[in-house]
Design a protein around this ligand. Structure first.
Ligand code: SF4
Ligand code: SF4
Length: 371
């Protein structure tokens, strides 16, 4: 992108600033009511055995390929991992300082929590993220400009980026198996879990189930359903026998939904400090994407022109060849005809000559008889 073009975009961005500020302000006044019948998943860490079958199923469903170390290698659980472009979910092992009713270790599964009011969506100024009525937070790659502000905004450190894809880099994260849910199927991880540590259902029913488990076995669980209220609530919910901060989960998030926090910050923080880096990155990314699309369109047009010219040339060559073949055939036919005619003429002439010679010899004989 030329410097001039980039500066042109900056001017446009300057104009947009006022708009962003007012949108942010509007968002702070409206609380998202949510989808009451949306789905979710309850992960009961007291049942999880850290078998990594959910990781395997996730990679299969999402066609993410095989990891460097196979899924039956449980030594990887000893390393603290996070989600990335090749793993939309990971299970980590914890040895809590304060042992729960169940003996250590404790396994905690990480993936996108599909927040009720997603920080990623509120941070994304091109609206590439959307909370769907199924409960899934869906990402639309075609809208994404690659500014990666969603990655900064997510309080659970979930979205990853395909840095190694130079042509079409994108943000990646768990989709809650949205396409499978629409087909009436379970998310891949839930379907495969051998210990029923994962339960899929309506979020409101899962909250009731979680509290039922806590109330029936209060010694087995911390009195807290993680995700019921954190950041305004999440579609993924968690039960644990030990404090959540001992199994890698943040307990400092509060209950205020992300859009309210984001809009407050946008209104309070000077735009040059808070939003400009995002806008500039976004503007640059949009321009780059436009350049890329323009180049692709130009390449496609050139290819089409070459293809058309080649077709036309082939057609003309075929016609020429046809014409030449016909002309050659006509020429041969003419030559043959001419040769036949000449041969016939010659034969006639020879016959006539032969006839002439025969006539002059007979005449004197006749004269002799007359005498
Ligand atoms: S966990 Fe992060 S990526 Fe997932 S919906 Fe919430 S903010 Fe977005
Ligand atoms: S498949 Fe179930 S038991 Fe196995 S690691 Fe995943 S959540 Fe835990």
């Amino acid at each position: 992108m030329s410097r001039r073009k980039f500066l042109g975009c900056l001017t446009a961005a300057l104009g947009a600033t006022t708009g962003v500020r007012s949108i942010a302000h509007a968002a702070s006044n409206k609380h998202f009511e949510g989808y009451p019948d949306s789905f979710g998943v309850l992960h009961d860490s007291t049942k999880c055995i850290g078998c990594r079958q959910c990781e395997k199923a996730c990679n299969e469903v999402n066609e993410l390929g095989s990891p460097e170390k196979p899924f039956d290698d449980l030594k990887v659980l000893d390393t603290r991992r996070r989600t990335d472009e090749a793993a939309y979910t990971v299970v980590n092992k914890f040895e809590p300082a304060q042992p729960g009713p169940k003996s250590s270790p404790v396994f905690a599964k990480i993936q996108c929590n599909h927040c009720q009011e997603p920080a990623c969506a509120s941070a994304c100024f091109v609206k590439a993220f959307k909370k769907d009525k199924t409960g899934a937070v869906i990402y639309d790659e075609s809208l994404c400009v690659g500014c990666r502000y969603c990655m900064v905004a997510c309080p659970f450190n979930v979205p990853a980026y395909t840095y190694n894809d130079p042509i079409t880099p994108k943000v990646t994260k768990c989709t809650m198996c949205h396409p499978r849910i629409l087909e009436g199927k379970l998310p891949g991880c839930v379907e495969i879990c051998p210990k029923e540590a994962l339960v899929f259902g309506k979020r409101k029913d899962l909250i009731k189930l979680a509290w039922k488990r806590i109330n029936e076995k209060p010694d087995n669980y911390i009195q807290h359903v993680y995700g019921e209220h954190e950041m305004g609530g999440t579609s993924w919910l968690y039960l644990s026998g030990v404090p959540f901060d001992q199994i890698g989960m943040r307990e400092d998030l509060g209950v205020t939904p992300a859009p309210q926090l984001t809009s407050g910050a946008l209104a309070a923080v000077p735009i040059v400090v808070g939003l400009w880096p995002v806008l500039l990155t976004g503007v640059y990314a949009i321009a780059q994407r436009k350049d890329k699309i323009a180049k692709e369109e130009k390449d496609a047009a050139v290819k089409e022109a070459i293809d058309q010219a080649t077709d036309e040339m082939n057609k003309q060559l075929a016609q020429l060849k046809d014409k030449m073949t016909k002309e050659q055939q006509n020429a041969v036919a003419n030559e043959v005809k001419k040769a036949l005619e000449e041969a016939a003429k010659k034969a006639e002439a020879e016959a006539a000559a032969a006839d002439g010679e025969g006539g002059s010899e007979d005449a004197p004989e006749a004269g002799k008889e007359d005498k």
